[in-house]
Write a protein that binds this ligand. Structure first.
Ligand code: DP6
Length: 379
């Protein structure tokens, strides 16, 4: 029997991946850039066990057994088998996979990136595969390839039809820009969204604006973003992040029928960030939205207390949520000055429109854990 346990991080794109040039191989129409989030607050943990006694391959996700007949999972296994030198005695051994997130699925955060990055890392260790494994994670879910590295990461779309050059590469490690903090504002929303896979397909097929963005906007923007990260130029980083998110959602609205991910609270957060930046006289915070209503805010450590104070004023927490409303890195909220609140001048929302806030930072890539931390495979 052979067991490997790994953890892998979530990532948030600041230049979005939205559209595939090859649906089966999961090859994107443009390069994207993301920040990897600290695994102390958000991660997937996966144990893979191979044994001659197992009768079939099986998988449990967050405690529930799921089917292995899932094309993305099969793609991932096929990719690893292509590259791995499976030792002879392990050739016919079946595997059991158990994977869990350290954050509630109900948060509506994309967990597939961390999940597939973790699976690819664990399988690569199990079968002793060397070299870049971002292509293996990509076979499971596109954005997962960026979770293979820590810090700031670029996924190169590549040109080759086989996808060989569609891989992720680190731009800078987490330590490079350590004062950056990331707030995930979990918005209460029960509406079922169109999945990313379906939404990006529909947008690419029906929105001329997405084509324009991919061909005319992203080629320059991606290099400007990389430069802003390397120079720790927050103003440029923040502006490009917000523009890219706005344009992704504009393209989604230009799809036919439109894909609507942001709700009225998401839009109030956009408004609040712009008004906060205007009131401060410089760009202090940036928002970005994925295929859902939750907002991710990038800001510097020294601005977190005041920004959360401003949020609490205009988007107050529900009275039932006093405990556990602020998760992750502890925040001492500062009461913002009345002068600042006056300058922002927004109407207050009713309490409870935000479920909770997770404060985190940029973190490292996946790592292997000792066997003592493995999930048990008794089932
Ligand atoms: C909006 O990676 O979930 O989060 O490749 O079909 O699995 P598939 O899509 P997925 O899409 C993520 C889209 C996004 C933007 C991003 O992370 O770049």
């Amino acid at each position: 029997m052979c067991t490997v346990t790994c953890v892998a991080p979530v990532n948030i794109a600041v230049i979005k991946y939205w559209g595939k040039r090859d649906e089966n191989l999961i090859l994107p129409v443009n390069d994207s850039i993301s920040a990897t989030l600290d695994m102390d607050h958000l991660c997937a943990k996966t144990t893979v066990t191979a044994s001659p006694d197992f009768k079939e391959n099986r998988i449990w996700l967050n405690g529930k057994e799921e089917s292995m007949q899932n094309s993305r999972l099969q793609n991932c296994l096929r990719e690893i088998k292509k590259r791995a030198e499976v030792p002879n005695e392990m050739e016919n051994w079946k595997i059991h996979i158990r994977s869990e997130n350290n954050f509630p699925t109900a948060a509506g955060l994309a967990s597939s990136a961390a999940g597939y990055a973790c699976l690819a890392t664990a399988l690569a260790k199990l079968y002793k595969t060397e070299g870049d494994i971002s292509g293996i994670a990509r076979a499971g879910s596109g954005s997962a390839c960026r979770s293979i590295y820590g810090g700031f990461v670029r996924w190169y779309s590549g040109n080759d039809p086989t996808g060989i050059d569609s891989i992720a590469r680190p731009i800078a490690p987490a330590t490079h820009w350590s004062e950056i903090r990331i707030l995930i504002l979990v918005v209460s929303d029960s509406k079922k969204k169109v999945s990313s896979a379906e939404g990006m397909k529909r947008t690419l097929e029906t929105s001329k604006f997405l084509k324009y963005k991919v061909e005319k906007i992203i080629p320059d923007r991606i290099n400007e973003m990389q430069k802003a990260i390397l120079n720790k130029d927050f103003t440029t980083f923040a502006e490009l992040t917000m523009r890219d998110s706005n344009e992704m959602h504009a393209a989604c609205l230009a799809a036919y029928p439109p894909c609507v991910y942001m709700n009225d609270i998401s839009h109030s957060i956009v408004d609040l960030v712009h008004k906060y930046n205007d009131a401060k006289g410089s760009v202090k915070a940036a928002y970005t939205f994925d295929a859902g209503s939750n907002a991710t805010i990038f800001l510097k450590e020294r601005d977190v207390s005041e920004f959360v104070g401003v949020l609490n004023n205009f988007l107050p927490m529900s009275e039932n949520h006093l405990n556990g409303y602020l998760k992750g890195i502890p925040i001492k909220t500062a009461l913002p000055s009345s002068d600042l609140l006056c300058k922002i001048s927004l109407s207050k929302q009713e309490p409870g429109r935000l479920k909770y806030i997770i404060c985190t930072k940029v973190g490292d890539g996946p790592k292997q854990l000792p066997d003592s931390e493995a999930f048990s495979m008794m089932d």
